[in-house]
Design a protein around this ligand. Structure first.
Ligand SMILES: Nc1ncnc2c1ncn2[C@@H]1O[C@H](COP(=O)(O)OP(=O)(O)O)[C@@H](O)[C@H]1O
Ligand SMILES: [Mg+2]
Length: 369
């Protein structure tokens, strides 16, 4: 899949921009604070309907404006489509359209084009909080399997209701009601655990191979899914249900639900030890790079088409050797790539200048350079 054109209007500091990207590599350079990440955020928003940094959609509307719009014309398997997201501030809302027709349910929007983002924050993943790793994992899973989105929404809704119930006065007397919630929550949770586990099962060997290719260290890297549920897919709901029942008193006391996919984690083990605790910085960076490479390869295989790759200032965070590994991968991969950098000289892309296009970003304007 390829972006043929990207258009922004009143999106963050970009009043208006039309970018016609190269089918392979696009490098956006400029000083800090000029709008490079804003452009990637807009592309990511059009691809996923979420931002990777705004907590509220209206943050993305240019100061003083009431609407923002981001559009992408996308080619996939010979078919062209126009994906569009519009954000209003008063009241705050987001409208998504495909070929001009608004799409109601978020889940109906997906599958048209896929983006994978690699940003400096990702490098903190092995040492970061479990919630970050779950988000990373879910983002990867849902890119390959959009059905996760609805399952996750259902689960989040049920979990919120159960937690609210746990906090009501005299909640201990609500056992019967809790029984009903638990059955639904267990079924919804089991679907997520099964999906994440299956996805990671397929990803793990790819990550190990990519890691060895990068580090040539011979150290075994294992990635897996850490959960209290150990049964087969068919047993998960019953197992989760039993865990919810067993934890019920504790949950009442704490006011939230202990067991379930919201408490699980992505497990990263290097040479038999938790990577986040014992890995060197270089190893952890190679690990994250390997995770990203594996995610892209797997997506390429599942979709039969390479995703669009967004790299936000990553080369500035990597040492020279890791950078060379990254660009060696980028030269091979079939993705259309969008890279931002403050130092274009660090971007060791294609030796063939015909495979790349450079843009300069200055105070919200984006121009070929
Ligand atoms: N809603 C907004 N309206 C106008 N400008 C914004 C908005 N949100 C962020 N900005 C501006 O965007 C700039 C940051 O852009 P960013 O893309 O992160 O820079 P960089 O080029 O370093 O990646 C800052 O100058 C910030 O003030
Ligand atoms: Mg930036």
């Amino acid at each position: 899949m390829r972006l043929l054109a990207v258009e922004l209007a009143d999106f963050r500091n970009v009043a208006g921009a039309l970018v016609v990207p190269h089918p392979r590599c696009n490098v956006f350079h400029g000083d800090n604070g000029q709008g490079k990440t804003n452009l990637l955020e807009a592309i990511f928003l059009v691809g996923t309907l979420t931002s990777f940094r705004a907590s509220r959609v209206e943050e993305m509307v240019r100061f003083g404006a009431t609407f923002a719009r981001a559009r992408a014309r996308v080619e996939r398997s010979g078919l062209e489509r126009l994906y569009e997201v519009e954000i209003a501030t008063q009241p705050a809302r987001k409208v998504a359209r495909v070929d001009g027709k608004s799409v109601r349910a978020t889940a109906d929007y997906f599958g048209g084009f896929n983006v994978v983002l690699f940003a400096p924050d990702d490098l903190q993943l092995p040492r970061g909080a479990p919630g970050e790793r779950r988000r990373f994992l879910d983002r990867a899973v849902w890119n390959a399997e959009p059905a996760l989105l609805r399952e996750a929404q259902t689960y989040a809704r049920l979990l919120k209701s159960r937690n609210a119930l746990l906090r009501t006065p005299d909640a201990a007397r609500l056992d019967d009601l809790l029984e009903v919630y638990d059955a639904q929550l267990a079924a919804a949770g089991a679907a997520i655990v099964a999906r994440r586990r299956r996805y990671l099962g397929a990803l793990a060997p790819r990550v190990a191979v990519a890691f060895e290719r990068i580090t040539k260290s011979g150290l075994p890297l294992c990635i897996g899914y850490r959960t209290r549920q150990q049964g087969s897919d068919g047993e998960l709901a019953a197992e989760l249900s039993a865990a919810l029942r067993a934890d019920r008193r504790k949950d009442f006391a704490r006011g939230f639900t202990s067991a379930g996919p919201h408490a699980d984690d992505l497990e990263l083990t290097l040479d038999g030890r938790p990577a986040g605790l014992y890995g060197s910085q270089g190893q952890l960076r190679a690990l994250v790079l390997a995770l990203k490479i594996a995610e892209i390869e797997q997506l390429d295989e599942v979709l039969g088409d390479a995703p669009i790759l967004l790299l936000d200032d990553v080369s500035s965070e990597l040492d020279e050797a890791r950078n060379a590994d990254l660009f060696a991968f980028l030269r091979e991969v079939r993705c259309q790539v969008f890279i931002t950098t403050t130092h274009p000289a660090h971007v060791l892309l294609h030796p063939d200048p015909g495979a790349r296009c450079d843009f300069r970003v200055t105070a919200g304007t984006i121009a070929r350079s």
